[in-house]
Design a binder for this molecule. Sequence first.
Ligand SMILES: Cc1cc2nc3c(=O)[nH]c(=O)nc-3n(C[C@H](O)[C@H](O)[C@H](O)COP(=O)(O)OP(=O)(O)OC[C@H]3O[C@@H](n4cnc5c(N)ncnc54)[C@H](O)[C@@H]3O)c2cc1C
Length: 442
Amino acid sequence: MDVTEKNRALANLRLTKSRAMSSVHYDVLIIGGGTGGIMTAAQLRRKDKSLRIAIVEPSKDHWYQPAWTLVGAGTFSMKATRRDERDQIPEGVDWLQDAATTFEPEKSTLNTRSGRSYTYGHLVVSPGIKLDIDALPGLREALETDTVCSNYVDPEKTLRVLRAFKGGTAVFTQPSTPIKCGGAPQKIAYLADEYFRKHDVRDKTKLVFATPGSVIFGVEPFRFALEDVIRKKNIIFKPFYNPVRIDPAKKEIHFKWSKPGDNQCVITEDHGLNEKVEGEGTIVMKYDMLHLAPPQSAPDFIKQSPLAHAEGPSKGWLEVDIHTLQHKRYPNIFGLGDVAALPTAKTGAAIRKQAPVVVANILQRIKDGALASEQYSGYSSCPLVTGYGKMLLAEFKYDNVRDSDPLLSRLFDTSKPLWSMWVLKKYGLPWLYWNKMLKGAM
Ligand SMILES: Cc1cc2nc3c(=O)[nH]c(=O)nc-3n(C[C@H](O)[C@H](O)[C@H](O)COP(=O)(O)OP(=O)(O)OC[C@H]3O[C@@H](n4cnc5c(N)ncnc54)[C@H](O)[C@@H]3O)c2cc1C
């Protein structure tokens, strides 16, 4: 029996006991065995082997999602982005293959889909984000067609759509909700541009990037570098375009003009796209292929729980202090990753800086009830692939302030598309993810 099997046998034994008793207790119970959950568990185990820790995670698969951009562009294998969840669970940590459903935070109790209950000393909430396909009318049906794709849903289909495209209007867009990896919708647009050039369809193509935002990227100087990329690639940039409906039968996407305080519906330069303004300020654009990030939200069981913000712009997202990552109303609950209401980009890179804060705080609270001195500054990073073999590394923190790694910056100008950063993205980061980050070693 190997170590993982022993762990599972032990977890099963505890579960069997739990049927006889009312519930099982863990010092730290973690919801979600994705990037945030595994990193937190691994770091806690490294620091204190005596802790009884469990991860509630229904899926048998663990995905390295950052490489899906490359899969969509045909330069990374989908298979290589999946590993067994079983093999990611740190040694000594119980895997409860179940789904969290409801919370009783006053009783420090979590209930799961299988009807079990667990009590905890501390709870870590990291169940990721929900792809809210039905929040965009027509999207579900559109994704069934041969011309609409999303790296968020099925990156291998993106590649099929790119391969089948023989020219026309290629539209790339993103929703107005928060999304994971805010840069992913534009990365695939840059790669598609190069793909079309290589396959002699670019001169028959109008390539559009439409976004509800006002600029291509919120942080300078990366914004300037990306504006330059857009110009050089001859991409038609449409700001304030918020996708609100897709009509797959007519191959049309409808946008609402989203400029704050401006009720006028404006077509920002036509570029021969033959856009139409219809009804209540809706812009209708025809497409021959469409890539988009679907609208996203916190998972339903979080939205409907007492742990979520009840009101305001963060309604439905997990309510945590943005520096300590401690829940605002339940001090023995912490949250990190995509589910957390944090005013920064939702990425795995952000979690790398969030997990040590959660871990330090839990350990300190176990020791003396206080919080640790570690704080999360809002760090996130977006590896902006701008072509095959080119990437710029946007690193930033709260308030859109640049926060580039000092060592990397001494060696490279990471605000420019570089081959070295591409090598980091394609080879370095996946290796670091599986072998260091998920092992709690960085
Ligand atoms: C196309 C794409 C490109 C990206 N590019 C990058 C990039 O270049 N760089 C980067 O840093 N990040 C990137 N990301 C984002 C990154 O993958 C996520 O930010 C990160 O995985 C979030 O980690 P998480 O733990 O919050 O959620 P996840 O890693 O998604 O894990 C959540 C886990 O919770 C589980 N779960 C769900 N519901 C329940 C429940 N009820 N009970 C228990 N468990 C539950 C799920 O099964 C899942 O395993 C990209 C993502 C996509 C889709």
